[in-house]
Every structure is written in C-alpha cells, then in structure tokens.
Design a protein around this ligand. Structure first.
Ligand code: SF4
Ligand code: SF4
Length: 328
C-alpha cells in the first residue's frame, strides 16, 4: 500500500528509495514453513539465532505494544566506485559505514518527525528484531523477491538494504488513496527503463561459485562465501573450505556480490546518494597482504563504524590469508 505523501517525503529525506506499508497480520504458514525447511536442512549453518523467536517472526505485533501497521523501506547502497578487479573482493555494502548505525540514525530522525506530526508509537527494525523482512517488503509493495534470494526494487535492483518501522497508527492513518504516487521515490530517482522483476534467467545460480544458491532462491549458507567470510567463526569445515578454495573464494576478503553482479536487474542501479555509504579509501584500497598483517589496534581503528568489524580480526585474517598466493 502507498504511504501518505508526507510520510513518503519524510522517508525519502532519510534516504529511502522506495517505501510502502501494510496492516500488521500473522505471517502465512507457507512462509513460516519455508523458513522451517531452510532450518531443517541445515542451510542456516552457524546462524542458529535464525531458529529463535519463531512466535515473533510469525506474529510481529509482539514487537511493539499495540502495533497495527508496518512500513517497509529500501535504501540503495550501490557505491559510486568499485574496488579494483585485481584485488580480493569486499561486498559493496561494506565499502562505507555500517548500515545498522547509518539507517538507525536516519530513521530515528524520521520517527521523531512522524511522532510530532502524526502521533503514535514506533519501533525501528534494521536486522535488529526477528522479523521476516523480505515477506514484509513484498507485503508493503516495495519490491519482489528475486531468484538470488533478495528483494528487487524497480529501478534499483537488489543492491538495497531493507528496514521496517512498526507503528501503533492504524493503516488508514498512514496510507494514501492517491494511486498516482505509486513507487514515487523509485520512479523519480531510479532508472525507470531497468527490468522491474526477476526474469528467472538463472544467471545468479550459474555464477554462484560453490552451488550455494538453490533453485528456489534459498541459500545454503554452508557454501556461501558471504556467510563463510562474515558470519562464520573459526576455521571452516570441509564444505566451507572447499567453497573458499574455489577461484572466487580465494578472491574474497569480506562478503560476496557475485549473484548480484551478474543480475540484469542491477545493470543500471545508480550510485547511492547516501553519503555514509560512499567508499572509504582505506577500505577500498586494503590488500589481502595488508589485511593478513593487521594488529588488533589497527583493525579496531580502521574498521570502527564499518560492517567489516563483524568478522573480528581473526575472521578477517583467516579470509585474507586464504587470498594469498602462497596458501595454495
Ligand atoms: S540473475 Fe536472473 S534469475 Fe537471478 S535474480 Fe537476476 S533476473 Fe532473477
Ligand atoms: S553471495 Fe556469493 S556464494 Fe553466496 S549465494 Fe551469492 S554468489 Fe553464491
């Protein structure tokens, strides 16, 4: 559903390229079963927290007393320049500042304005609450799931970060009946001639270096370079090591964008207008050799405020050593 133009304007000023809303309701069994299947097959690898709080995931009204509606939004993080192709790769979302901090700061300001003008209570969710964000992004009409497992926003593709705001306001208070404002932000700033939805061409699955991307768009994290270089703690097991020893794995310092880079939905994604997501020089120029030799002090200083701090020094060193030629 479309948000009232004044709310769209507030979220657009916060940097959202698409936003929409829906009435809060229980998540259908089908979507909960898909999550259960993913967990049962062990595809969550070490992300055991994904099995927690199923009751809240199914019924997100539990996240905010009296919650009645949800707003979902997407933020373009595509950087203006890319790391050199001859350097081990860092996922684009990690070129700039940590999106958790950036989006929380921006959305807190937006919520302050909404509280003042509309009243109501709000809760911001940025990977910080057990909520099926891709389900709600579709429900709110900001994009559709693509076969690479991500939400594709018309005009922007999948290089977007999702966030949600729950509110006690009823849906009638935040929606617009003006059909003309549909996808207002996306159509205004994005490339209207870019494909709007996944065309199921299979390029993402064929490009995935270790077969992590399943035909149904689910990701087997045990083989996914993103999981293995960001979330996984300690040494890789045999499955992880075989993924990390593929040519792409040997060229991965932190995270993986391969299934997004090959996707036609992303060929015309403009550069992000969010200043905090612009590439930080010492991150984009970091070599594998430099990363492997970092001390704890250097790591803490260089990656303060960066998403790369998530893998900690030991994780980055492990990834970096794997990129060096003499580890073959
Ligand atoms: S590469 Fe093709 S199948 Fe994969 S998400 Fe993009 S359009 Fe869909
Ligand atoms: S992020 Fe990389 S390894 Fe993971 S599913 Fe996509 S292409 Fe495969």
């Amino acid at each position: 559903m479309q948000l009232r133009p004044e709310i769209t304007a507030i979220l657009s000023r916060a940097g959202a390229v698409a936003c929409g809303c829906a009435m809060l309701h229980g998540v259908p069994l089908r979507d909960m079963q898909a999550l259960g299947l993913w967990l049962d097959s062990g595809h969550n690898a070490g992300m055991t927290y994904m099995a927690n709080h199923k009751d809240i995931r199914q019924n997100p009204v539990m996240l905010l007393d009296g919650a009645r509606s949800i707003m979902a939004m997407a933020f373009n993080y595509n950087p203006a320049t890319l790391r050199g192709a001859d350097m081990p790769q860092i996922a684009r979302f990690a070129y700039g500042s940590d999106y958790h901090d950036v989006l929380r700061r921006r959305l807190s300001d937006a919520v302050d304005v909404m509280t003042e003008t509309l009243g109501g209570e709000y809760r911001i969710c940025i990977d910080s609450a057990p909520i099926l964000e891709r389900y709600w992004a579709e429900e709110c009409g900001i994009g559709r799931r693509a076969d690479n497992g991500l939400i594709a926003v018309p005009g922007y593709g999948t290089f977007v970060l999702l966030a949600e705001i729950l509110t006690t306001l009823p849906i009638e208070s935040i929606t617009s009946s003006d059909a003309g404002c549909e996808s207002e932000t996306a159509d205004r700033k994005g490339r209207a001639d870019a494909p709007r939805e996944c065309v199921h061409c299979g390029a993402c699955r064929r490009a995935c270096p270790a077969g992590a991307l399943q035909p149904d768009g689910r990701i087997d994290a045990r083989r996914c370079l993103s999981y293995l270089t960001i979330e996984h703690k300690g040494d890789w097991d045999d499955t992880g090591r075989s993924a990390m020893q593929t040519p792409a794995g040997r060229n991965t310092l932190f995270g993986c964008d391969i299934c997004q880079r090959v996707c036609r939905l992303n060929r015309q994604t403009p550069a992000s207008e969010i200043a905090e997501f612009q590439p930080i020089d010492h991150i984009t120029s970091l070599t594998g050799t430099e990363a492997a030799a970092l001390s704890q002090d250097e790591f803490s200083r260089i990656f303060k405020g960066s998403p790369i701090k998530r893998c900690k020094l030991a994780g980055l060193r492990r990834n970096a050593v794997n990129t060096l030629p003499d580890t073959v």
